[in-house]
Design a protein around this ligand. Structure first.
Ligand SMILES: Cc1cc2nc3c(=O)[nH]c(=O)nc-3n(C[C@H](O)[C@H](O)[C@H](O)COP(=O)(O)OP(=O)(O)OC[C@H]3O[C@@H](n4cnc5c(N)ncnc54)[C@H](O)[C@@H]3O)c2cc1C
Length: 408
């Protein structure tokens, strides 16, 4: 079975499939596991339960950040609102790159029979026949796989090849998000504390992010969100992205110009539209989608937890169906779609929450953050939504020799 993408959903699926007796091959376009980047969080019982069943929860806790507390300031640097660590950091927060490494390591002995990885490659065509999917790659020789799973993110290549062009399924939600590491040595006082500066339609944050809760070595990072119609620049061109970002923050107060100026030296810029993926069905024949490729929401949609829960359900249904992929894909979607759709809904308002469009909306957002009862209600709602799925006991199949892959 081929899985495209080795970030979160891909290795999580590979782990479970290998445990159930399948032989997953994972292709990743990057030359190695992607490093750098932002923190992601897990919240609520379902996320934690799946991580526990995988056997990675303790490792994640060992490498957790200290959450993402944030002080919102005005142009003079005075506090106007504060966000507690658990608001963006959930029950446990970890850098996406560290999580990816933990999951990847978990697809190797002694945790699971080894999965095969093809780094620095990408599928270029998928041709389905009665007994498999013939896959051509950018570099590797063509191969035929019984199934292909697209776990290759918001801009999924598998989705484009098998389902159609991206603009049919990915909607721009009116905002862009950008982030890059900011060495403290480059801007010691600017990066010294986690602060966010808002003007209507734009947010610029900078902070010292504890890379690990138990690690006193701090790194600095930036996180920017701004309102914009869909931009026409080349999504893969970092210079064009830097230019678009600089233009978006022209004339902004506080120390925003200085902060945005550091992007020209950053070699790890993340820049993308805040988007949402809606696709009528997650599978076609022997090809299915998982994680952001199927139900992405960029920020605020609990995408990491949904990727982990999705991998658990998809692998479990494939093992239960013992070779009937149609039944497995149908059950996977029936069980998961209502859950992840509710999680995605949280992402719909993320841009407006982080960078409200008017001064009135900004004042109301700050008032909500400063009101403990409102904060508690928002956190509670997130926990309830993320826990609202009943998890079948798929791992018990491991004790049932007749289940699992019929052709290990
Ligand atoms: C700034 C930011 C902050 C976020 N914060 C949070 C948070 O706090 N909590 C949370 O739950 N979620 C958060 N998310 C969302 C979270 O990052 C995603 O939901 C999660 O990473 C989805 O995992 P995935 O494996 O489905 O996709 P991705 O992480 O997008 O990984 C896709 C993988 O596929 C690879 N790939 C792409 N194209 C190809 C190809 N053609 N061939 C082979 N491989 C390919 C990519 O290189 C990548 O490794 C955040 C996202 C952003 C951008």
């Amino acid at each position: 079975m081929l899985i495209s993408g080795a970030s979160i959903a891909g290795p999580a699926l590979a782990y479970w499939l290998a445990r159930y007796g399948f032989r997953p091959t994972v292709v990743e376009v990057a030359p190695a596991l992607r490093g750098g980047g932002f923190a992601v969080d897990f919240r609520g019982a379902a996320h934690l339960e799946v991580l526990q069943r995988m056997g990675v929860l303790d490792k994640i806790r060992q490498r957790r950040t200290a959450g993402s507390p944030m002080t919102f300031i005005d142009a003079q640097g005075e506090q106007v609102a504060a966000m507690p660590p658990e608001f963006a950091g959930g029950d446990v927060e970890i850098l996406r790159s560290e999580l990816s490494r933990i999951l990847y390591d978990h697809t190797r002995p002694p945790h699971a029979p080894s999965a095969e990885y093809l780094f620095g490659d990408s599928p270029t065509s998928l041709t389905e026949s009665a007994d498999g999917v013939h896959v051509t790659f950018e570099h590797a020789e063509p191969r035929t796989f019984d199934l292909v799973i697209g776990a290759d993110g918001l801009h999924s290549t598998v989705r484009r090849l098998a389902f159609g062009p991206e603009d049919q399924f990915v909607s721009h939600l009116g905002y862009y998000v950008a982030g890059w590491d900011l060495p403290i040595t480059a801007a010691p006082d600017l990066a010294a504390r986690a602060v966010g500066y808002n003007e209507p339609g734009r947010l610029a944050t900078v902070g010292r992010v504890p890379r690990r809760a138990d690690d006193p070595t701090y790194g600095g990072e930036t996180f920017c969100v701004f309102a914009s119609e869909r931009l026409s620049h080349d999504r893969r061109d970092p210079q064009a992205q830097r230019k678009a970002l600089t233009q978006a923050y022209e004339g902004a107060g506080w120390r925003t110009t200085e902060l945005i100026g550091t992007v020209w030296d950053a070699d790890d810029l993340y820049f993308d539209s805040i988007s949402r993926v809606d696709i009528p069905t997650w599978s076609t024949g022997r090809i299915a989608l998982l994680g952001d490729a199927a139900y992405g929401a960029t920020v605020g949609g609990m995408g990491t937890g949904s990727a982990i829960v999705g991998a658990y359900v998809l692998a479990g249904e494939l093992a239960t169906a013992a070779g009937d992929h149609r039944q497995a894909f149908t059950r996977y979607e029936e069980k998961l779609r209502p859950y992840v759709t509710r999680c995605q809904e949280g992402g719909r308002g993320a841009g407006e929450f982080l960078a409200p469009l008017t001064q009135e909306a900004l004042t109301a957002r700050n008032a909500a953050l400063n009101d403990p009862a409102t904060l508690t209600a928002i956190l509670q709602e997130g926990h309830e939504i993320s826990a609202d799925i009943s998890l079948d006991d798929y791992p018990s199949l491991l004790n049932t020799p007749t289940k699992g892959n019929p052709h290990p």
